[in-house]
Structure formats: C-alpha cells, structure tokens
Design a protein around this ligand. Sequence first.
Ligand code: AMP
Length: 302
Amino acid sequence: MAILVVGSMAYDTVETPRERRERQLGGAATFFALAAGADAGVRAVAVVGDDFVESDLELLASRGVDLAGVERAVGPSFHWSGRYHDDFIERDTLATELGVFADFAPEVPAAWRASEYLFLANIHPSLQGHVLEMVPKPRLAVLDTMNLWIETTRDDLLAILPRIDVLMVNDSEARLLSGQRSLAAAAAAIKEMGPQRVVIKKGEHGALLFGRDSVLAVPAMILPDVVDPTGAGDSFAGGFMASVAAAGADRDSDDAPFREAMLSGTVTASYVPEAFSVEGLLNRNPDDHAKRLRTLRSMMIP
Ligand code: AMP
C-alpha cells in the first residue's frame, strides 16, 4: 500500500485574532503527508525553493514520508499568508507568493507510477491532469481544488473530474462548482461531472460523505480551544486516505470503508487547530487518536 500526494510544500504566515506567526511550515502536501501517518507509506511530489529549511524536510522524512519526488529549485519556496476573522473560521488570503511553485511541473518518479492511492492536492487542474496521465490506474484517485480554479480554470477542472473517484471540497467550493445552493443537489450535480463520491467539508460543522449509495454526516470534534486551523482540510484528507488505503478499498468497494474513513479524517483534522502549523499533528499518539474516535462515535450514536 502506498499513497502518492502531489501538492504544495510551503511556508505560511498566519494571523489569528490572538497571534501572528511568520513563515511556519505548511503546504497542502505537508499537512496531508504528516496527517496520513508513518504507516501510510506516503510518497510526496512537490517543489521547494532554496530557502526551504533542511530540518523541515528531515522532519517529514523522519515521519516516514518518502521525499524522492520533492524537487529543490532555485528561488523562494511557495509562501501563503492569511488572516483569520474573529470566529477563527473565515479567513482572508493576504498573499500567495508562488515562488518556485509557479514553474511546478510535477514529475512522478517512474517507480511511483503504479501507486495505488493518489491524492491530488489543490494545484492547477491542468497539473493534476498531467499527474493522472503519469499515474493512470490507481485503485483510488481523490482530488481537492479551490475557488480560484473553479472560477478561473473551470474547463480544465471539468476535463479531469471524470478521471477521479472522490472529490473532496468545502461547502462553498461545492456550491460554486455546481451552481446549487443545497449541498445534496450540489453533490448530485458533481457526481454527474464524474466522481462517484463527494466529500464536503464544513469546518467546525463537520463533513458530509455523499457515497455511492449512502450519505453520512459526521460532526467535527468539539475542541476546547482553537489556535490555528490552517491545514485542517488537508489533514482531514490525509486521515481519510490513510484509512481507505489501510482497508484496501477501491472505487468499486461499497461505502463502508469510506464511511469509516470519514471518522478517521475527522479525528485526524481535530489535532490541527490545537496548535500552529503542523505542531498539533506531531503531538498525536495512537492512544489519544483511539480515544477521540470513541468520543466521536459517542457523539453520533446515542
Ligand atoms: P487548508 O487550511 O486545509 O485549506 O490548507 C491550507 C494550506 O494550503 C496552507 O498550508 C497553504 O500553504 C496551502 N495553500 C494555500 N493556498 C494554496 C494554493 N493556491 N495552492 C496550493 N496550496 C495552497
């Protein structure tokens, strides 16, 4: 079992109502890979600049992430900067400095082209399409995207949706992509575009799985405090994908392993807002994960 992720490795400057942190480790692929965990066998394809701190790569490697697909290019690493509103949910993007990410041409190492599980993190859909050409037959391909691509490169996105199995987006992205207000109608419209399953993330309100023949609504864990939610969505995806892969599920499986993966994604994501950057993910341990899973189940089943 191996999970291939293609996406950003970045430095994030994050401003919350309480604190500002500059250039901390971030990026969709980073959060995803650390969230999926050492047992998942994550292979990362990304580009970092010459300013990317060696110890950050070492951290990923020490957590079992194979970095053979991470290219180091000359120039600055991708830098994202955002400011959270008072609710710690809504956020404004203040800057997206692409740096070496602007010329990112993902190259999947030959030995990785038979990877069984593929997560296409949020990058330009034509690049996601390029990866799908290099990895044509995964057991399962999951794709994330964002408002920017839905608005500016819609046709590129529509062209690849028939080739993926699960679309994972947040509620506003689902509405924007489908033109539907109701999330049930949005998911149905998105399924018509290609993917068999749609996961809609709703931040502190949980997440919905529109499966092949069932729907599941999972609440978010109730957290006593939120420090920095950046990366929670990508970490949900990491936990989800690790669970699906551990179950050996594929696109033809019934909904059961995907329903279970929703719980795993929810618990995994719950560690992220507790600290800045990847700190919350690093502080996890299996016992605590299992405890949170029990709490989550008890919240759902009286
Ligand atoms: P999330 O909070 O799960 O939406 O993920 C936030 C992470 O996505 C941050 O660590 C950013 O570095 C990264 N990110 C933000 N904008 C982009 C973008 N346009 N392309 C790729 N990654 C991005």
